[in-house]
Design a protein around this ligand. Structure first.
Ligand code: FAD
Length: 400
């Protein structure tokens, strides 16, 4: 049996960043991952890093996006990890009059709040993205956004954590957790048992089954995201892409008992969504659909076809470029759409970093740092009030 100060369950971007920062503060940290590092959402995502700036009154979203951007930059530029990071900028395209009205209403509000966004005419857009469809109505330009290789970046954080002294144990599936009389956690894997003074749940979309091991109901819902790519091509595009279609739909969506910002409700499509980019290796990589289907990771060809059609509306050269490969992964959504980061007050020294939803690659590094700061200092960073687990984590009914 191994004794550690802090045990982290989950080797995605949230867990490895927590391990990196906590180990940097000097504690004995061990991370348990059932597969390989980045074997789930953190390794299969689009690699888009969202950021609009700190704004005049930085909130949790500003900290997670801008803070993560700084951490990605530091890995690439200062620590020598080649994670294919680029602060490329991003374009959100406008395809209809309704989307145009929505975006024209939104941009001045964002600018007034201190965020870096700009409306570009198609002439301006084509000067920075020559192959974009000239028949679009315009674009919202977000110059601070970036991209990186998600698998390599997540693995780099794990390697950096090991350099800080953390132990990374892959192939270690957590099968049971008990709270001992002294408040420490005994964590079982098929290989070894561990005793930890502090426990961090960073198991992404699998936080709910891990919570059940402790008698807790953790309302994280698995959402299937799916993607496709092409054979590598010479450089054809430079920014990352999205469309105002889903953004305008979600802006008016009424609150439901299921997570917000999905493309399907009760099996029916309610909007198209698209995101994508060309990787440094040259593949065009796009995705969009977000559907509540449990842990199903089989891509739906009909949804892929709709997304491919949408991509061709943005970048007409794709009409001559076939899809090479499709895949799907599982995103961790909370019911209110907000992250769940902080201490779980129902049990001593128990923490969670999850609910990073569809933008957790770009927000995970800072989510892990904020949690590590909290654990190390014993003081909750003020922005984590917005992600307080106390709002939604409860005992399971039978423990009531
Ligand atoms: C198709 C797709 C596209 C996306 N595109 C983007 C994008 O472009 N930009 C962006 O910012 N975000 C994107 N996301 C979202 C992003 O990938 C996730 O929000 C983020 O990776 C979540 O990180 P995580 O560490 O919380 O979870 P994960 O990466 O899922 O990591 C959780 C880990 O816990 C492990 N685990 C689970 N149970 C156990 C157990 N019992 N014992 C031990 N280990 C366990 C799993 O194996 C897994 O490795 C996308 C997601 C998908 C699926």
């Amino acid at each position: 049996m191994q004794e550690v100060d802090c045990l982290i369950i989950g080797g995605g971007i949230a867990g490895v960043s927590t391990a990196y920062h906590l180990a940097g503060y000097g504690g004995r940290v061990t991370l348990l991952e059932r597969g390989e590092i980045a074997s789930e959402a953190s390794g299969v995502n689009a690699g888009q890093i969202g950021a609009l700036g700190w704004g005049h009154m930085p909130n949790l979203q500003s900290y997670l996006t801008m803070g993560s951007m700084e951490l990605f930059k530091t890995l690439q530029l200062d620590h020598g990890y080649d994670i294919a990071f680029r602060q490329s900028g991003a374009l959100q395209v406008i395809q209809t009059e309704a989307q145009d009205a929505f975006t024209r209403g939104r941009v001045p509000d964002l600018q007034a709040d201190g965020y870096q966004v700009e409306l570009l005419s198609m002439r301006e857009a084509r000067s920075i993205e020559p192959e974009i469809n000239p028949a679009l109505l315009g674009v919202m330009y977000m110059p601070l956004r970036g991209q990186a290789d998600p698998k390599v970046a997540t693995q780099a954080f794990a390697q950096a954590a090991e350099r800080h002294g953390a132990a990374i144990r892959t192939g270690h599936a957590v099968t049971g957790i008990q709270v001992r009389a002294d408040g420490a956690y005994r964590v079982e894997t098929p290989h070894e048992s561990f005793v930890a003074g502090k426990l961090v749940l960073a198991a992404g979309a699998w936080c709910a089954p891990i919570g059940e091991m402790l008698g807790l109901k953790i309302p994280i819902v698995p959402i299937r995201g799916q993607m496709w790519d092409t054979e590598p091509l010479p450089p054809r595009t430079f920014q990352t892409f999205s469309s105002a279609e889903s953004a305008s739909h979600w802006d008016t969506e009424s609150r439901a008992e299921t997570p917000p910002e999905l493309t399907h409700r009760q099996g029916q499509r309610v909007t198209r969504h698209i995101y994508g980019r060309q990787t440094r290796e040259g593949e065009l990589r796009f995705g969009g659909d977000r559907e509540m289907l449990g842990y199903n990771q089989t891509p739906d060809p009909a949804g892929i076809e709709i997304n491919y059609g949408h991509a061709k509306e943005l970048l007409p050269f794709l009409q001559a470029v076939p899809i090479r490969r499709t895949w799907a992964g599982t995103m961790p959504f909370s019911l209110d759409g907000a992250p769940i980061i902080g201490g779980i007050p129902l049990l001593p020294n128990l923490y969670i970093v999850s609910g990073l939803a569809s933008s957790g690659f770009g927000r995970g590094p800072m989510a892990g740092k904020l949690l590590a700061d909290y654990i190390h200092t014993g003081h909750r960073p003020h922005v984590l009030a917005e992600s307080d687990p106390a709002r939604c984590v409860t005992w399971m009914p039978e423990k009531g």
